[in-house]
Design a protein around this ligand. Structure first.
Ligand code: SF4
Length: 181
């Protein structure tokens, strides 16, 4: 992508209130089988969120998807919550706002624009649980983890902070990916 086009998009990101983002090479996105294993075993959302496994492409298909892009941006969000449940309202708000950006990037001529949410969908209070039953299918997007992205390894390549947290009093570092081209 030319420097001019990048600058145009950066102005758009700023217009939407985003300052904490970096351009990344999609080929640096680490896709790993272990991520899918963690979604399948050990995550309470398995089978109950229409944008999470098993309602997503296979790990190999995810790898192929990322291989089809030349340009992407990662957006960093930091937050501390009083109780774990408060995370969902914040996620919903962030994801809905990001969708507005995805749409504007698309309308700017980037027909491949595709957003990976900051966390699992959370648009509805209770998720339909199955892709075909999704209540807002035009808006629902998978999170990077649902697409088998090793978010830790990927964002660390670009100097972003991310650690395993042991207590909710610690600040969460979350990431959304916008596939652009
Ligand atoms: S839009 Fe609603 S039903 Fe669809 S994945 Fe998101 S939370 Fe689930």
């Amino acid at each position: 992508m030319s420097a001019d086009r990048r600058q145009e998009l950066e102005s758009l990101f700023h217009k939407h209130g985003y300052a904490d983002f970096k351009w990344i090479d999609p080929q640096d996105i680490v896709v790993s089988q272990w991520v899918r294993m963690k979604c399948t075993f050990g995550c309470g959302e398995y089978g109950s969120n229409a944008t999470c496994p098993p309602n997503v492409p296979s790990v190999e298909e995810c790898r192929q998807f990322f291989g089809e892009y030349y340009t992407a941006a990662v957006f960093h969000f930091q937050k501390t919550v009083d109780k774990p449940e408060s995370r969902h309202a914040w996620t919903r708000e962030v994801n809905l706002k990001l969708l507005e950006l995805e749409r504007e990037v698309f309308l700017s001529g980037y027909h491949k624009a595709f957003l990976l949410f900051m966390d699992s969908c959370c648009i509805c209070k209770k998720c339909a649980g199955e892709r075909g039953e999704c209540k807002r299918p035009k808006e629902a997007r998978p999170a990077p983890e649902a697409m088998a992205v090793d978010v830790y390894a990927t964002v660390r390549k670009y100097g972003f902070p991310i650690e395993v947290l042991t207590d909710y009093s610690e600040a969460m570092n979350r990431y959304a990916f916008l596939m652009v081209d």
